[in-house]
Design a protein around this ligand. Structure first.
Ligand SMILES: [Zn+2]
Ligand SMILES: [Zn+2]
Length: 336
């Protein structure tokens, strides 16, 4: 009998623990969720379709205003890709890329496996033996959906807290100090905020994995690997497009349920009516529940950045790199 059996109920190995035991290659191969050719290819194909359908309308310039553009200015506008903000993105990306490779593996193995075991153990102590359901496509789809909803909720909560707690905002401010949006801006995050995001992701994936590992008595490692691969493409694409200067809108009714990339343009705007809006990543459910949903008008003006008053301090790589430490020091001394 395994040592961690609860009240003579046999232990179940969850999928994340199983992947770690197998050597964790799925984590190492796929983390961080990166700017892969498929993600960028999908972004450019859809942007080209918007260009055709809207006859050159729908992209924004460095000032966050919609403008009519020729094809190349629409897809890769010079004013955005030569902007100091886009260049600073590269330096911040390199650091987060290196540190995410470590945090992704470490936290999925620690936090992910911990939350998975906690849920399995909790369900066993309440309901006893696993019902050992048979795995089929319907259940697997439900597993994907539940994982997505947990992921989205934990992302929402982490993001909301980052905006509302001043000591955390000074870290996340680095993401918002971007004055233009490019797919790389998705990774514009201070390196000390990286593990917080990854821990949340690991927690949510582990939670869903725990529930379904209990229902199926383990046996969901392959489905979990498929889920993670699918999520990587989904989050990679949405992350890339919502940080692209082309505004992809959904119909207004759909925005009540799903987050369009244009809704994230709003999240990056420094206009007061746009502050602290649209925190989630996939669905609009949590923003609706917490009263932070903002559905923009077509091509709404969204000037990006933290606003003219403090933007100057965050224009260089060094200004961003040292930003949280400057602010924390100010808080300790009582000048902030
Ligand atoms: Zn934010
Ligand atoms: Zn963003």
């Amino acid at each position: 009998m395994p040592q961690d059996a609860i009240n003579d109920v046999p232990a179940i190995t969850g999928p994340l623990a199983d992947i770690v035991q197998r050597g964790g290659h799925i984590f190492q191969d796929n983390i961080p969720m990166d700017l892969t050719p498929s993600v960028l290819g999908l972004t450019f194909i859809l942007a080209s379709l918007i260009f055709l359908l809207r006859k050159g309308h729908g992209s924004k310039g460095e000032d966050g205003r919609e403008r009519n553009a020729g094809f190349w200015q629409f897809i890769l506008p010079k004013d955005i890709y030569t902007h100091i903000s886009a260049r600073v993105d590269i330096g911040l990306y390199v650091i987060i890329r290196i540190s995410h490779a470590f945090w992704g593996v470490a936290l999925l193995a620690l936090v992910g496996v911990w939350s998975e075991n906690l849920v399995i153990g909790g369900l066993q102590s309440i309901f006893g033996d696993s019902p050992a359901l048979t795995v089929n496509y319907g259940w697997m789809l439900l597993y994907s959906l539940v994982s997505l909803l947990f992921y989205d909720f934990v992302f929402f909560l982490t993001h909301y807290t980052m905006h509302k707690v001043p000591a955390l905002w000074v870290m996340h401010k680095i993401h918002h100090s971007a004055e233009v949006l490019t797919p790389m801006t998705r990774y514009r995050e201070h390196f000390i905020a990286g593990p917080i995001w990854v821990a949340g992701q690991a927690l949510s994936l582990g939670f869903a994995a725990g529930i379904f590992a209990y229902l199926f008595n383990g046996n969901i490692t392959e489905a979990t690997i498929m889920n993670i691969s699918f999520f990587l493409l989904l989050f990679g694409f949405t992350g890339s497009f919502r940080h692209y200067h082309v505004a992809m809108h959904y119909p207004k009714w759909l925005c009540q349920w799903l987050h369009s990339p244009a809704m994230h343009h709003v999240h990056h705007s420094y206009l007061e009516q746009h502050w602290d809006k649209n925190f989630a990543v996939i669905t609009s459910i949590w923003d609706r529940l917490f009263g932070t949903l903002y559905v923009p008008e077509k091509d709404e003006y969204t000037p990006w950045g933290i606003g003219p008053e403090t933007q100057g301090e965050y224009r260089t790589f060094w200004g961003n790199f040292t930003g949280p430490f400057r602010d924390w020091w100010g808080m300790i001394r009582g000048t902030e």
